[in-house]
Design a protein around this ligand. Structure first.
Ligand code: ADP
Ligand code: MG
Ligand code: MG
Length: 211
């Protein structure tokens, strides 16, 4: 395939919800070590509402699953990460809107715009120990994949690998933004849960288009 079909963006979002729910205890524990311990609860609360909203209003086009998730995060989630994720998913909805398929171009555009929006709102740079440390390398990997003419599975793989590497790397960083900046060295050894969640988002995409 050259792009995610509407059924596949739907599977992607459903898979993401399920994966994050499974990872909830680990994500919460990481936030306990690097922040205040509410990350997993913040995420699962919003994701459960997303699932309810998707049941009430089943997605009808390519962007609907992202749109629903975005709206839910923007309206209901607590914590710093909620609105940031809401804006991240919004860029996926925007890139998908009106299209038949969500291909390498849309994926690259959504990720680049998501990075720009999150940095505009939260002003975190690479190395500050936030979700930006997973998004920025994924955005770079996607630009490269697109200019190399990679197919969809190749591009998703590249983004996933870059996001995972970036997320793992946060365990060696001192926080400079958000609550982890109050924790200092105590956070060393624990990865940033927001960055890991971005990696889980690309992992859910990988499951859908995996070779
Ligand atoms: P809170 O810190 O308010 O309890 P959450 O626990 O919901 O919020 O979210 C914490 C996550 O938010 C972190 O793991 C980090 O990835 C992300 N984060 C915090 N501050 C920023 C920021 N300025 N820019 C981008 N992401 C951030
Ligand atoms: Mg927290
Ligand atoms: Mg909090």
């Amino acid at each position: 395939t050259t792009g995610f079909t509407p059924a596949q963006t739907s599977q992607w979002v459903d898979g993401f919800i399920a994966t994050v729910e499974r990872a909830e205890p680990e994500l919460t524990d990481l936030d306990r070590r690097s922040g205040d311990g509410d990350f997993g609860t913040n995420m699962t609360t919003a994701l459960r509402r997303t699932r309810d909203a998707l049941v009430r209003n089943p997605p009808r086009d390519l962007g609907d699953p992202f749109e629903t998730m975005s709206t839910t995060f923007l309206s209901y989630s607590g914590g710093t990460s909620g609105p940031l994720f809401g804006m991240w998913f919004r860029e996926f909805a925007k890139a998908a809107r009106g299209g038949e398929e969500f291909g390498v171009g849309e994926l690259t555009e959504a990720t680049a715009n998501g990075l720009a929006t999150i940095q505009r709102l939260g002003s975190a740079k690479v190395g500050d120990r936030t979700m930006v440390d997973a998004i920025a390398p994924a955005a770079e990997a996607l630009e490269r994949a697109r200019s190399d003419g990679a197919d969809l599975a190749g591009a998703v793989d590249a983004a996933l690998e870059a996001a995972q590497r970036g997320a793992k790397g946060t365990s060696e960083l001192l926080g400079r933004k958000g609550r982890s900046s109050y924790v200092g060295e105590a956070a060393l050894g624990a990865a940033d849960p927001g960055a890991l969640t971005i990696a889980l988002f690309f992992q859910a995409a990988r499951v859908v288009v995996g070779r």
